[in-house]
Each structure stands twice: as C-alpha cells, then as structure tokens.
Design a binder for this molecule. Structure first.
Ligand code: PEP
Length: 261
C-alpha cells in the first residue's frame, strides 16, 4: 500500500479580506513552526477567496512557507466571454496547486451538477492543478439512500470521460454536517471513504485508488479530528469554520499529537 501524506485543507469560503488572510497564514505558519510541524507527514493547504490568492502567494514565496495554496473554484473554460469566472490558466500563474470542485455550496447555490463538476475537473487536469472533488449526501438522501450511495456516484461522475486522470483528491462531506456542528461518526466516515476507494479501484484500477487521498469534511475541529484520522481509510480533512482560526487549524494539522495520546 502506498503511504499517503495526510492532507489538511482549510476552506475559508467567503471570509477574510486579503490583509486578514495574510495575517492568518503568518500566524498559522509561525504556530506550526513553533510546534516543529512535519509538513512531509501532514500537508497543510489553504483555500482563500480569489481576491486574496495573489497576496497569499506572495507571502508564501517571500517567506518560503511550506503552507500550500488552493482555490475554491475554477472555470470549466480556459478564456473568453465568461464574465466573473476565473480560469485554470490564471490560477496556475499564481502557483495554485489545488482547487475545490463541487463543494456542496456550489452544488446548492450555483446549480453545479455532476456534468459541471466533471467539466471543472477536466479543466483542473488540463492546467496541472489537483482537483479536490467534494461529494456528499444531503439529510434527505441519507434517509432514502444511506450514506455511501450519493458520494460514490458523485465521485465516479466527476472522474468519468477523462483522457488521462491526473492526481486528484476526494473529500467526503455529508451536506448535513457542513457548518452545523453535527459530524458523521468516525466509523461512518471511514466506511464511506473506503467505499469511494473501492469504487475508484473498480473503475480506474487499484494503483490510482491506492494513491488517491480521500478526506472527511463536516464540522471538523481540533477536538474531534483524531477520531477521523485514526482510520487508514481517511487521509485528511477538509475544514471550513475552524480553518479561520490559526490556533485551531494548526491544532487540526497536528492531529498526530492526539493520535499518540
Ligand atoms: C466545508 O466548508 O467544506 C466544511 C466542512 O465546513 P465546516 O468545517 O465549517 O463544517
């Protein structure tokens, strides 16, 4: 089995201006440095809003920080008359390494369906940006279909019809757990992540499935992260609210400390 480096992702959503973003990343980097954080065992990635990306890129570059940079969305198009969209070309120029695709808030408020998510995943692959494909069931779907059916279906749909699959990450985020304080149990999270991996192996081969990082997201905090990450099936976490606090987010990144207790 491939050793998968833990992936600790902070989705800032529509919070923080560029100055607040700089302050947060500085504090995060200092806190992790003080704690002698080993980035080779747990990668730390921030996903600021578009207007902060250039500032965070400059900070990371100037201070040689090991924190990595992601974006919250990507256009399916590469250029042209698409007002308000941001292309993979422009993101790549800003050293963006990862992009969230199909977050439940995009699916819900911007009507992004599986076809849009697939097209955006293709755009990320075209530009050498790693898609973090977000999947998860609503409370109603949990009632009617259980926890795994929808996330597995959404993940496979995003990965369909690509000439070659680049590296990608999948984030299992039950919609009912996002920003609510409710969490899936570690057992359910591990079981859904495992089913996603099995489905990827069936469709795309064991080697791809084995190296793909599959995350849990939904009301993760420093106090509950270790429960999710003790499973070999969960390779990291996607964090919303708690990523806006440098101390809390660095506590999440240092989950291994809790596992050792
Ligand atoms: C998210 O936005 O992906 C998320 C999981 O949010 P929160 O951690 O606030 O539930």
């Amino acid at each position: 089995m491939t050793k998968r480096v833990a992936f600790i992702a902070g989705n800032w959503k529509m919070n923080l201006d560029h100055q607040q973003g700089i302050a947060l990343v500085q504090k995060l980097a200092w806190t992790l440095k003080d704690a002698a954080h080993d980035y080779s065992s747990a990668e730390v990635v921030v996903f600021p809003g578009f207007t902060s990306i250039r500032s965070i890129q400059t900070l990371i570059d100037a201070d040689k920080l090991e924190v990595r940079l992601g974006a919250q969305d990507i256009s399916a198009q590469d250029s042209g008359a698409f007002t308000g969209e941001v292309s993979g070309v422009a993101l790549k120029k800003l050293d963006v390494e990862y992009v969230l695709i199909g977050h439940s808030e995009r699916r819900q408020y911007h009507n992004e369906d599986d076809a849009v998510v697939q097209a955006k995943t293709a755009a990320a692959f075209r530009h050498g940006i790693v898609p973090v494909i977000c999947v998860g069931e609503t409370a109603e779907e949990l009632e009617t279909e259980g926890s795994a059916a929808v996330p597995v279906r959404q993940a496979l749909a995003a990965l369909k019809n690509h000439e070659t699959l680049g590296d990608f990450v999948v984030a299992y985020e039950p919609v009912w757990a996002i920003g609510t304080g409710q969490v899936a149990t570690p057992e359910v999270a591990a079981s859904v992540c495992s089913k996603i991996r099995v489905a990827i192996a069936e469709e795309h081969g064991a080697e791809i499935a084995d190296r793909t990082r599959i995350l849990y997201g939904g009301s993760v905090k420093a106090a509950n992260v270790a429960g999710f990450l003790k499973s070999v099936d969960v390779d990291g976490v996607l964090v919303g609210g708690a990523s806006l606090d440098a101390e809390e987010f660095s506590g999440i990144a240092r989950f291994q400390k809790h596992l050792a207790l």
